[in-house]
Design a protein around this ligand. Structure first.
Ligand SMILES: [Ca+2]
Length: 315
């Protein structure tokens, strides 16, 4: 007799630490409407621009998307390093190119981000996945204050670090350079860590033709089109690169990436190399999995489809 087995697909509970930022807006939009994800909370942190902007940008995005995921205010500065800024890339407020309507603060949950995240993670019947698409300050605070939280975390997926040249300095990538000490805490936490490094972001671009498809998706596509049309790459590269969504891709479409185990250490003492991620693929003590290649066409198709899903999901 044939036994029919019903497979219950449960959504992955997800917490997002973010510093919106244009590419963060795309990563959050995809996550909020992904059928396989249940976004439990969003924790805006300082990063591309100051916390006052990243917090307001998150609230404004949720107002635009008609979503109501709780927002917890994250860190306003790095643990040790001096603050840096990417306002030259993303505009003074972080989202140059689209006029979001100003949202109220009603989605904000009070409390220290580390404690609010800890309670949500430990209360979750399923292990929680963490997405880190800004400096890792808040996750470092969480892991230092509540080391037992690791038990109920599925994995931490980040966009950050670089195998070769950096984009903040010759050897450091922006998200890691933003808070090198926090990143080192994260890589030594014992968590399963997956990384979409700078090289993957540089490769996974969309073409002008694909950008038009995104614009044609509807209001959500048009919003992202407007933002990405305004992004200013520091290296002058005219291609449209969409860094942070590559980390969401590692969760939702892992099959388009090539992963390699490596040991990652963050340089904390170098005069010219502070914040560099030292990624050793030959180590016998790996603490992370690094995406080393991506199928660009399949990734772009996933990205466009995800925006379509978001547009259809926005009621
Ligand atoms: Ca970001």
């Amino acid at each position: 007799m044939k036994v029919e087995r019903k497979i219950l697909m449960t959504k992955k509970p997800l917490i997002i630490s973010t510093d919106p930022g244009i590419d963060d807006i795309a990563a959050m939009t995809i996550s909020l409407f992904a059928k396989d994800l249940d976004v439990k909370m969003i924790v805006p942190t300082w990063g591309n621009v100051a916390l006052e902007y990243t917090l307001q940008n998150t609230l404004n995005l949720e107002k635009f998307l008609h979503t109501e995921v709780p927002v917890v205010s994250g860190a306003s500065q790095p643990l040790v390093a001096p603050k840096i800024s990417a306002a030259s890339v993303h505009g003074k407020t972080g989202v140059a190119g689209f006029d979001f309507e100003e949202a109220t603060e009603e989605l904000i949950v009070p409390g220290l981000a580390a404690t609010v995240m800890y309670n949500a993670i430990m209360d979750s019947p399923e292990k929680v996945t963490l997405l880190g698409i800004g400096p890792l300050t808040d996750y470092a605070l969480l892991l230092k204050q509540y080391p037992n939280v690791v038990e109920n975390i599925e994995e931490l997926v980040i966009m950050g670090g670089n195998i070769g040249r950096g984009n903040h300095s010759p050897l450091a990538e922006y998200n890691i350079a933003g808070d090198p000490e926090a990143a080192q805490v994260v890589f030594h936490s014992g968590l399963k860590v997956k990384v979409a490094p700078l090289e993957i972001g540089n490769k996974a671009h969309v073409t002008p033709e694909q950008m038009k498809q995104i614009k044609a998706c509807g209001a959500v596509g048009n919003m992202l089109y407007s933002l990405f049309s305004n992004i200013r790459e520091p290296d002058g590269d005219p291609r449209i690169k969409i860094f942070d969504p590559t980390a969401v891709g590692l969760i939702l479409c892992p099959e388009v990436f090539t992963m390699k185990k490596a040991n990652v250490e963050i340089e904390l003492a170098g005069r010219y190399t502070y914040g560099a991620s030292v990624i050793d693929f030959m180590s016998d003590k790996p603490n992370a999995e690094i995406a080393t290649d991506v199928d660009v066409d399949k990734f772009a198709q996933w990205f466009i489809n995800s925006i379509k899903v978001a547009d259809q999901g926005r009621i």
